[in-house]
Design a protein around this ligand. Structure first.
Ligand SMILES: Cc1cc2nc3c(=O)[nH]c(=O)nc-3n(C[C@H](O)[C@H](O)[C@H](O)COP(=O)(O)OP(=O)(O)OC[C@H]3O[C@@H](n4cnc5c(N)ncnc54)[C@H](O)[C@@H]3O)c2cc1C
Length: 429
């Protein structure tokens, strides 16, 4: 089977990024940030805006990892429902936690507006279409819990969901007015422009290969340069490598893959997601989909660890498009690309203080467009002196996942199992 040509729709349609290059000198800063995704760039924007000197070091070009590759779905909340979060974290802390995650999309759209980022931002809501009747009670409970807290989250009928998605596949589901979409790579590049505008520095193709303590803080070494800073933020998420093996073992990097169709023919465009919402369905192996500013359908689901994905691998995606939108049969697929999502054992993101003045945030479980933007802000607030208990998000100890070395095997087996269960439950035509 011949390998696919991998190119993301986002790299073909994004705004230009700033001119950046490799670090080739010794520098000093208040804060060195390792990783230029949403976590690192949001932290850098907030710190540079507050007058701190910041250097961001990125191992690849800008936006070549999850933040430049994702589905661009801006989603409120985390995987757990608000009542459950409140049980987990207690009455007062739980309420603040719920508030932080509920307002996560506000951070994204506020940053985009305030910084003037051109990234096709659309606050049109997020849909969770129910793939089966069995999914509806949990969605109803979710909607009720958010509504009780004053948020506009509604259970919609089969007919309403069919109108919203343009698909006959679903039997109702959730409409969440807090969410929306962005062009994810343009959002990365816009944040990077803002960091530079506020006086921060950003170096690409500059992997930090060693992080050492030194007088006055830490020294981050790259192949041809180094940065000395009193504070370090590790913002490497699913791509955390050997720099901090304990942190790396707190997440499992799960592959996710996307395809984008050719532009949808004009006579069909007004049927497919006419309100511009993003959607992630309730299948065990969830399918997430949206349209882009050019009228293409973007569809994602779990991918594979293969270094050279083949058309065989993309066939699940083609099938998903045909199943959800049979009216698009015959439309070409112009773009194929994938990346790694950082999953945690408790399905929650984490903010850690690994050592004095060494902070990290990661583990967004597929909801990092909003949550990583928030975590960047929280990391900056902590560096600027906010007490941990006032952040509205817990600072937790690092708990590496047991048997982490076998996680890939586990992910592969789980994907196969979930795929099988989804296919057994799929309605027969
Ligand atoms: C295919 C896909 C689809 C997704 N869809 C969605 C979605 O629709 N909605 C949503 O909310 N979330 C989605 N996600 C998740 C979301 O993209 C991530 O949670 C988010 O981008 C994480 O941002 P980050 O900055 O923490 O990590 P990243 O964007 O991965 O950035 C980490 C950076 O650290 C760099 N790095 C690593 N090690 C070093 C080092 N030693 N030195 C220097 N730099 C280093 C990496 O190169 C990388 O650029 C998706 C993810 C993928 C992969």
């Amino acid at each position: 089977m011949s390998p696919l040509t991998l190119q993301s729709l986002w790299s073909a349609t994004a705004i230009a990024g700033p001119a950046t290059g490799e670090l080739t000198s010794s520098r000093r800063a208040d804060v060195v940030i390792i990783g230029a995704g949403y976590t690192g760039l949001s932290a850098a924007v907030h710190l540079a805006e507050a007058g701190r000197s910041v250097v961001v070091l990125e191992s690849t070009a800008l936006g070549e990892r999850a933040s430049g590759l994702n589905g661009g779905q801006v989603i409120a909340g985390v995987k757990h429902d608000p009542d459950q979060l409140q049980r987990m974290f207690g009455e007062a802390r739980g309420a603040r936690y719920v508030q932080t995650v509920a307002r996560a999309p506000d951070t994204v759209f506020e940053l985009i507006g305030r910084l003037g980022i051109e990234c096709d931002a659309l606050r049109s809501g997020w849909l969770q279409p129910a793939a089966s009747e069995e999914a509806l009670p949990a969605l109803a409970a979710r909607a009720e819990q958010w509504r009780r807290r004053g948020d506009r989250v509604e259970l919609v009928s089969r007919e309403q969901m069919q109108r919203l998605t343009g698909s006959q596949r679903y039997c109702g589901g959730l409409f969440d007015a807090r969410g929306g979409t962005v062009q994810p790579l343009s959002y990365v590049r816009g944040l990077a422009h803002a960091v530079l505008r506020f006086g921060g520095e950003l170096f690409t193709h500059s992997p930090v290969v060693r992080l050492a303590r030194c007088a006055g803080g830490y020294r981050a070494e790259t192949p041809r340069g180094e940065v000395t800073a009193s504070t370090v933020i590790l913002a490497t998420n699913a791509y955390t490598g050997s720099l901090n093996p304990r942190l790396r073992r707190t997440v499992v990097a799960v592959p996710s893959f996307q395809v984008a169709t050719a532009p949808i023919p004009s006579q069909l465009r007004s049927q497919i997601l006419p309100g511009g919402q993003a959607a992630s369905d309730t299948c065990r192996l969830l399918r997430y989909f949206r349209t882009d500013a050019g009228g293409r359908l973007v569809m994602g689901t779990r991918g594979s660890y293969a270094a050279a994905p083949t058309a065989h691998m993309a066939r699940h995606h083609y099938q998903a498009v045909r199943e959800i939108y049979p009216q698009l049969a015959g439309l070409d697929f112009d773009y194929h690309w994938g990346g790694f999502v950082a999953m945690t054992a408790d399905h929650l993101p984490h903010l850690h203080e690994l050592a004095p003045n060494l902070l990290a945030a990661l583990g967004y479980n597929g909801r990092g467009v909003a949550m990583a933007s928030v975590m960047g802000r929280l990391l900056a607030q902590r560096v600027l002196g906010m007490p941990a208990e006032e952040l509205g998000f817990p600072v937790t100890a690092v708990h590496p996942i047991r048997l982490h070395a076998f996680s890939r095997l586990g992910v592969r087996a789980t994907i196969q199992y979930l795929r099988l269960r989804d296919s057994l439950e799929r309605p027969r035509r």
